[in-house]
Design a protein around this ligand. Structure first.
Ligand code: NI
Length: 169
């Protein structure tokens, strides 16, 4: 099932999500739906709050479906370490059409649980490291525009407010 994606301005995107506790068939179904929703939107990552579900859960596939083995489910992810910094364009399905150069760590190690609750640690570099940071931010109520300059951020907020008023958001 493809969910509608919640856009910036909805409060679910700015609150701390609840931990995943039940690793059951419902969670498996939700994860499958999240991948389907993410691929339909041509995204490389999707966090549960982006479909209106305040859970500490996200899916990532930096190959956008080309390599099924690279599909990643992160339940209750926690970043353990970050190294380096890269400035690169970043976007978010909840802020469509805004892409901004955003600083992120070059190499990120996190600990998470898979869809069955099994704990693992993983290190990502480049785009994967960026996705780790972007998606775990979502679970903590943060959006990528919090990492960019204030003027750019205010300009995006103004444009979004205008679109909301015009009914285009
Ligand atoms: Ni996002």
């Amino acid at each position: 099932m493809i969910y509608p994606i919640v856009k910036y301005g909805n409060e679910v995107l700015e609150k701390q999500a609840k931990p995943v506790v039940d690793f059951d068939a419902n969670l498996e179904k939700l994860v499958a739906d999240m991948f389907e929703t993410m691929y339909a939107a041509n995204g490389v990552g999707l966090a549960a709050p982006q479909i209106g579900i305040s859970l500490h859960l996200c899916v990532i596939d930096t190959t956008t479906g080309e390599e099924p083995r690279d599909k990643l489910v992160l339940a209750n992810p926690e970043i353990l370490s970050m190294e380096g910094e890269i400035l690169q364009e970043e976007g978010c399905l909840s802020l469509p059409d805004f892409r901004v150069k955003t600083p992120r760590a070059e190499r990120v190690t996190l600990r998470a649980q898979d869809v069955h609750g099994k704990e693992f640690t993983m290190t990502g570099e480049g785009l994967l490291a960026r996705a780790f940071c972007h998606e775990t931010d979502h679970l903590n109520g943060k959006l990528f525009i919090q990492h960019i300059g204030r003027l750019k951020r205010e300009s995006i907020k103004r444009k979004v407010r205008k679109m909301i008023k015009a009914g285009d958001w």
